[in-house]
Design a protein around this ligand. Structure first.
Ligand SMILES: C[S@@+](CC[C@H](N)C(=O)[O-])C[C@H]1O[C@@H](n2cnc3c(N)ncnc32)[C@H](O)[C@@H]1O
Length: 252
């Protein structure tokens, strides 16, 4: 089972490398308000969607591949102008120039390069001129990390998480957006500490953290996997981080 699905089956809601802190930073930089129609690509079960709803955007559309996850986002949406539909991030079927903000967290790093470019191009297509695109993804560091070392870290990540994971350095994430036509406005980074106790409690709360820990302890196969993932993250803590970038679609 891919690592993020294993963790969510144990009750984990926040499945992104920089946790809630980097998400709050991203949302502040996106400056979402009542005049904005927001599109969230791959919202998962809607932990960030809930924070977006608190900013009362004019509209919200989530595009999530997993039906059950989409239903959980819709359960959190207490407004008929907010909905999550089952679909693909690279092909939303939304109209061109139809939204003010697009965001995507912990999804692009799990896509191979061609798909990643298609998703960023789709974000560019559906945004209005001056629209904002925000990403929160796993990154490699330092920026000067050699290609060979980058590849080694990706291979070990894929082994530990049983999923294709293709993080980039911060400058390479920036280039991906600039290549699609965006202009970078903001970027920030934090350490990748998704399975560390302090971060777990900050992201999930004490009650949920205790439930997650109990579920993992009760399930030997899950315990082995989670401990192996954490060991791998600790071994490579110097080379792994989380980045948030906000970019703008230029006026014509
Ligand atoms: C690691 S989770 C991140 C969820 C959420 N953004 C978060 O940060 O907690 C990745 C999500 O992407 C969804 N997903 C995977 N492929 C997708 C696709 N092609 N289109 C839309 N969603 C997709 C998965 O179902 C999952 O909910």
């Amino acid at each position: 089972m891919p690592g993020h699905l294993l963790l969510s089956s144990m009750g984990k809601q926040v499945l992104r490398p920089g946790g809630c802190k980097l998400t709050e930073d991203l949302l502040a930089a996106l400056d979402i308000g009542p005049g904005d129609h927001v599109v969230e690509l791959a919202p998962g079960v809607g932990a960030t969607a809930k924070l977006i709803f608190e900013r009362n955007p004019g509209g919200y559309t989530g595009i999530e591949r997993d039906e059950q996850a989409a239903a959980q986002v819709n359960a959190k949406a207490k407004n008929h102008r907010y909905q999550c539909i089952v679909g693909k991030a690279r092909e939303t079927h939304l109209s061109s120039h139809s939204c003010h903000v697009v965001l995507c967290e912990a999804h692009l790093a799990m896509q191979a390069e061609d798909r990643r470019r298609k998703i960023v191009a789709e974000a560019f297509r559906i945004l209005r001129p001056s629209g904002r695109f925000g990403i929160h993804e796993l990154c490699l560091r330092p920026d000067s990390l050699e290609a060979e070392s980058q590849q080694r870290v990706r291979e070990e990540l894929a082994r530990a998480t049983q999923a294709g994971v293709y993080p980039l350095t911060v400058p390479d994430w920036g280039d991906l957006l600039v290549d699609a036509g965006f202009q970078i406005r903001h970027q920030s980074t934090v350490s990748m500490r998704i399975l560390e106790p302090v971060r777990l409690i900050r992201d999930e709360g004490i009650g949920s953290t205790a439930r997650i820990a109990l579920n993992i302890l009760k399930t030997p196969a899950a315990r082995r996997r989670v401990l192996a993932m954490r060991r791998m993250f600790r071994q490579h803590s110097k080379n792994l981080g989380a980045v948030a970038i906000v970019a703008v679609k230029p006026k014509r």
